[in-house]
Design a protein around this ligand. Structure first.
Ligand code: SF4
Length: 371
């Protein structure tokens, strides 16, 4: 049976923001529109039983992430109830966290998260003029001020050292890496997870002129130089993970190196689906043929199926170019969604291949210069 690394619980299918690049709402998938706005108490209890059963048959603890939409749309009462149910089911060895846009963070929410040992990661792209380009409300207004207010509450909380796990930032390759680096260093986030924009070979990501262009690779290489010349740099996952792999280490999260992380999503109606980032490939790309649900199936049944094994296998790149690539162990073919082409499916290198090669080469040169 495939080992599960992360279970994403879609506890709210709608969002209080309307970020232009969101793969849930704005990249062609309309799965959200058929989902209940929130996970019901009944579904949440069923999920909890299912997680309990999974914890009995899988030795290695798995992470549970409350996700959306925006998970804080649950409101304080339901959030407190849900986290208490999940914590009753899963000991503190099981990481429990929330991925939030930060707008709805209150002291009460943080107290609830602290009580149930649940950390928060906040999405923020950089200073206001960068962040507000894409991370807007439904009326087009920027969300920066509200996100910063939420972050201040998070940083000021007495349990902040545990609660604040880090930030996720989507790269704008037209931004100044020095300005972005300085911003996140000043923010004092425990870690920064820089993400490339979603896109694929048929619909090129924002900022990329062609498959061979290297806008993101150059941006990340500049960021690398700034990071490496800083005696007290923040943790930047993509760089830390790549350096670790280049030095012979292993164990990274999805999207870097050769990984077999088992990721499943439970939607607000209890449906069990694939990694939701696949939504950017085509409408319904995150759905299994078999319509599994926590209401009718145990996780074990799903994990032992041929269709799940096939989905799991797509994490590793299948194309001949990647198989022959000297950087395969570091790049891992990137995120599966970035390999998509409407004609050839996922059987391609990452659309960020040239960017990855540039960045990996840059890191290799740096490490060689130390010898
Ligand atoms: S660098 Fe390109 S060819 Fe090499 S593994 Fe990554 S995506 Fe595949």
């Amino acid at each position: 049976m495939v080992e599960i690394d992360t279970i994403l619980l879609k506890v709210a299918s709608r969002c209080n923001l309307d970020c232009s690049y969101c793969y849930v709402f704005n990249m062609g998938d309309d799965g959200w529109s058929n989902m209940p706005k929130q996970m019901s108490f009944e579904t949440a209890e069923t999920v909890s039983h299912a997680l309990n059963n999974l914890s009995r048959i899988q030795q290695r603890p798995f992470a549970v992430v409350l996700h959306g939409g925006e998970p804080l749309l649950l409101g304080t009462t339901k959030l407190a109830w849900l986290l208490s149910v999940l914590r009753d089911t899963l000991s503190s060895h099981y990481p429990l966290s929330l991925q939030t846009n930060g707008v709805l963070i209150t002291d009460r929410i943080l107290d609830i998260c602290s009580e149930h040992h649940t950390s928060l990661s906040v999405s923020i792209d950089g200073p206001q003029h960068i962040h507000d380009r894409n991370r807007t409300g439904h009326g087009g207004q920027g969300s920066y001020d509200k996100v910063r207010a939420g972050l201040e509450k998070l940083r000021d909380h007495s349990d902040a050292a545990f609660l604040f796990s880090g930030v996720i930032a989507v790269i704008d390759p037209q931004s100044d890496p020095q300005e972005i680096y300085d911003f996140f260093k000043k923010l004092d986030a425990p870690s920064v997870d820089f993400l490339c924009r979603d896109g694929n070979h048929t619909r090129l990501p924002y900022g990329k002129a062609s498959f061979d262009s290297t806008e993101y690779g150059r941006w990340l290489s500049q960021l690398t130089d700034i990071y490496l010349s800083d005696s007290e740099p923040p943790r930047i996952r993509i760089l830390d993970d790549m350096i670790k792999l280049l030095l012979g280490g292993s164990e990274t999260k999805e999207g870097i190196g050769i990984t077999d992380n088992g990721i499943v999503i439970v939607d607000t109606d209890g449906s069990i689906t694939k990694n939701d980032t696949l939504k950017s490939s085509y409408n319904g790309a995150d759905r299994f043929e078999q319509r599994w649900s926590v209401h009718t199936h145990a996780f074990a049944e799903v994990l032992e199926s041929a269709e799940f094994a096939e989905y799991q296998a797509t994490q590793r790149p299948s194309c001949a170019t990647c198989q022959a690539c000297p950087d395969l162990q570091i790049c891992g073919g990137g995120m599966t969604l970035h390999r998509w082409h409407d004609d050839s499916g996922y059987n391609n290198p990452s659309v960020y291949c040239a960017d990855q090669k540039l960045l990996i080469g840059h890191l290799r040169s740096y490490l060689a210069s130390l010898q």
